[in-house]
Design a protein around this ligand. Structure first.
Ligand code: CA
Length: 222
């Protein structure tokens, strides 16, 4: 899952980025409205966390332009404590949720999980796929009700594949969803994670389409 964070406050931005990275999300952080426009134009995000008080293009303007362009990206806005009017305007301009500063990182990550699962068309808090259950909140994975130990990266790859079951994900897409822009990624990182996931969850779950990417089939309904 890849998140674009738009926040001009260095301290807050750093904290939010670290908190989201801890949850296994790839976070691209920009500090003004223009850089946000450029990043959004490149696409590939699952969620936008948007501060409304920004230099350059104001957050509300950015949001408005996004929705006018029929972009359905889930948006969580960050607003100042005293600005009820901004919150209302933000929601009416197409934001899906808001947080008032200062906020707790735990609340932020919980709201992010809600928006990501809604974005994926899911209301249930856990992802079920056959005998596998993945809990995005606790990072627990079970296979036939038995816990499976996964590294944070393996967990993130599995979450991405299960959330997009039925779609082929390219290696580049998986790398981006794991590392964002600013990390050096070893060229075989994704292959290695997939290799271990197969060992732990069975070889049939993740299919390799040579030269195209990876696929987890849509679960068959029971
Ligand atoms: Ca600000």
């Amino acid at each position: 899952m890849r998140i674009l964070l738009v926040e001009d406050d260095s301290l807050l931005g750093d904290g939010v980025r670290a908190g989201l990275a801890q949850e296994g999300y790839a976070v691209d952080w920009v500090r003004d409205g223009r850089a946000a426009q450029t990043a959004l134009a490149s696409g590939g995000y699952d969620l936008l966390v948007l501060d409304l008080g920004l230099p350059g293009v104001p957050g509300l303007e950015l949001l408005d332009a996004l929705r006018r362009a029929h972009n359905n990206l889930p948006v969580l806005i960050l607003t100042a404590r005293d600005s009820v009017a901004d919150r209302v305007k933000g929601l009416d301009s197409g934001a899906d949720d808001y947080l008032v500063k200062p906020f707790d990182l735990e609340e932020l990550t919980a709201r992010v999980r809600v928006l990501l699962r809604r974005g994926a068309g899911r209301a249930a808090p856990v992802i079920r796929h056959g005998d596998i259950v993945l809990d995005p909140a606790s990072h627990a994975v079970t296979l036939k009700d038995k816990p499976v130990e996964l590294s944070p990266r393996e967990f993130a790859v599995l979450r991405e594949l299960l959330e997009n079951a039925g779609q082929v994900l390219s290696r580049a897409r998986l790398e981006q969803s794991l590392y964002g822009w600013d990390r050096e990624v070893e060229s075989n990182a994704v292959e290695v994670h997939v290799h271990y996931l197969r060992r732990k969850l069975g070889s049939g779950l993740i299919k390799t389409l040579r030269g195209i990417g990876y696929l987890v089939e849509r679960p068959t309904r029971k």
